[in-house]
Design a protein around this ligand. Structure first.
Ligand code: SF4
Ligand code: SF4
Length: 471
């Protein structure tokens, strides 16, 4: 680790976290304090509580959130979604992306600063532990430059041990969202040799999170997360972002206690006293006075830092604040532009469609197909028969008994084997023999309907066809 001062010149030509040779420059952001930091801390405790409690919360016996990609099973707010719910999944993804577009166009990267798990865990958990063990930025910088000693080794060992333990907890929480709490408990409590794959993922996730929070840090937002890179296309002059009021701040110049404000103004100086506090506190190492930049995660630390400086020199807060470019240049408030109206209209329509799809989808989904390659057979009593395969998906957490009946033809429908009872959240399959009376058959192909019944109620009507003799 080679601590270097943050470079703030020629900011468009290079990353503040890399030197001319592309080597990493380690950042030592100052410990923030102020009203935004206080509000973000409260919100982060709430969100962390929800995040860690999530796997334990059950709704109608289902988890709050489960994203089991391996078994293609998804639960959102206790609602199970199957691969058969593809349209709902597609609409959900469309809502997610449209929501991001609308939100970003209006409020910039509010999500990143206030609710993103990466920012919350980094700034509100890991960074606070680092401040606690190693002290504020100057102490951390001094420790990094100091030769190895027992005290330095003890601090580093303590910090990384805590980071590793926390990464293990975060990694297991993510695993619980993927495979479910029960499967995770089995991996932890059962014979480890029966769960080598699960244990492998446990170790992998722990190491990934440790790598992100102990080393990679702001680089995850700058290099990996695609959201920051979308800013250039999503933001416009009306988007609310963390911004420096250059009309009020420029021209920068040192503050002199003895110099009255009018005299300062007369020399052409604005409110920015060039103290660099907004830069020293930034966890991504940028200077917000250069304008909105891809690296900015809108964490508001620079607002708090600058407000503190303004309070000390007796000037009003808000030199750096939430504002749009039009707000700063023309004093305009957030405007509902036609572009924003279009996005919101699309979002509302998609949410409406999603609501209709979710609330009209059935708890059981049945498909009935004629057995491949099967032909008709004539029975001893003169009737004809066809063989079918029925598949029933039970999307509920209760066992469901299903019966099938012929709806608009006369004949006999027989489920081969045991009655059709579908366990919770499972798919059951059975063979069905259908016999039709000769009088109800058309020459060649007969179209007819089969009703699917559960708990005495018809829940689905299936259309199918029956092959018979041409004459
Ligand atoms: S903290 Fe405020 S006064 Fe100090 S350099 Fe930044 S913008 Fe200027
Ligand atoms: S510029 Fe300000 S809001 Fe953006 S990341 Fe840095 S401190 Fe946070």
């Amino acid at each position: 680790m080679n601590p270097s001062p943050v470079v703030t010149e020629n900011f468009r030509d290079h990353l503040t976290t890399a030197d001319q040779e592309g080597r990493r420059k380690w950042l030592f952001p100052r410990r923030p304090s102020g009203r935004f930091y206080r509000w973000r801390t409260w919100l982060s405790w709430l969100l962390l509580g929800v995040m860690f409690a999530g796997p334990f919360i059950r709704i109608h016996g289902n988890p709050l959130l489960l994203i089991n990609i391996i078994e293609r099973k998804f639960v959102i707010l206790g609602q199970i979604f199957w691969p058969q719910d593809m349209i709902i999944t597609a609409v959900t993804l469309l809502i997610f992306f449209t929501g991001i577009i609308v939100f970003t166009a209006a409020f910039g990267r509010l999500w990143c600063g206030w609710a993103c798990p990466q920012t919350i865990l980094m700034e509100m958990v890991f960074r606070k532990i680092e401040y606690f063990i190693e002290g504020d930025a100057p102490a951390q910088r001094a420790l990094a430059l100091a030769p190895w000693s027992a005290s330095k080794a003890a601090k580093r060992l303590c910090k990384h041990a805590v980071f590793l333990a926390l990464s293990f907890i975060v990694g297991n929480t993510l695993l619980a969202y993927i495979i479910g709490l029960n499967a995770l408990s089995r991996i932890i409590t059962d014979n480890p040799f029966h769960h080598l794959e699960g244990l492998g993922f446990m170790v992998l996730f722990t190491l990934i999170f440790y790598g992100i929070f102990a080393r990679f840090r702001e680089q995850a937002c700058t290099f990996i997360c695609p959201y920051g890179r979308l800013q250039a296309t999503l933001l416009d002059e009306n988007s609310i972002v963390v911004a420096y009021d250059y009309r009020r701040g420029e021209k920068r110049g040192p503050w002199r206690r003895s110099q009255p404000l009018e005299a300062r103004r007369a020399t052409g100086l604005g409110d920015c006293i060039g103290c660099q506090q907004c830069v020293a506190i930034c966890p991504t190492g940028i200077d917000i006075r250069n304008g909105t930049q891809m690296e900015c995660v809108q964490c508001t630390a620079c607002i708090d830092a600058c407000d503190g400086v303004m309070a000390k020199i007796g000037r009003p807060p808000g030199l750096i604040r939430y504002a749009s470019l039009n707000g700063i240049e023309r004093g305009e408030k957030l405007r509902f532009t036609p572009r924003l109206a279009g996005y919101v209209g699309l979002l509302v329509a998609l949410i409406g469609l999603w609501g209709v799809l979710v609330f009209t989808r059935s708890d059981l989904e049945t498909t009935l197909l004629r057995a491949p390659g099967g032909l008709f057979q004539q029975m001893p009593d003169g009737r004809f028969s066809n063989l079918y395969t029925v598949k029933v998906v039970n999307k509920t957490s209760l066992e469901k008994a299903v019966t099938l009946r012929l709806e608009d033809v006369q004949g006999n429908l027989q489920v081969m084997g045991a009655p059709l009872v579908v366990p919770p959240q499972k798919l059951s399959e059975a063979s069905i023999l259908i016999e039709l009376d000769r009088g109800w058959m058309q020459p060649g192909l007969t179209q007819f309907k089969v009703g699917v019944y559960c708990e005495g109620r018809r829940i689905q009507t299936l259309k199918t066809s029956f092959i018979g003799p041409r004459e």
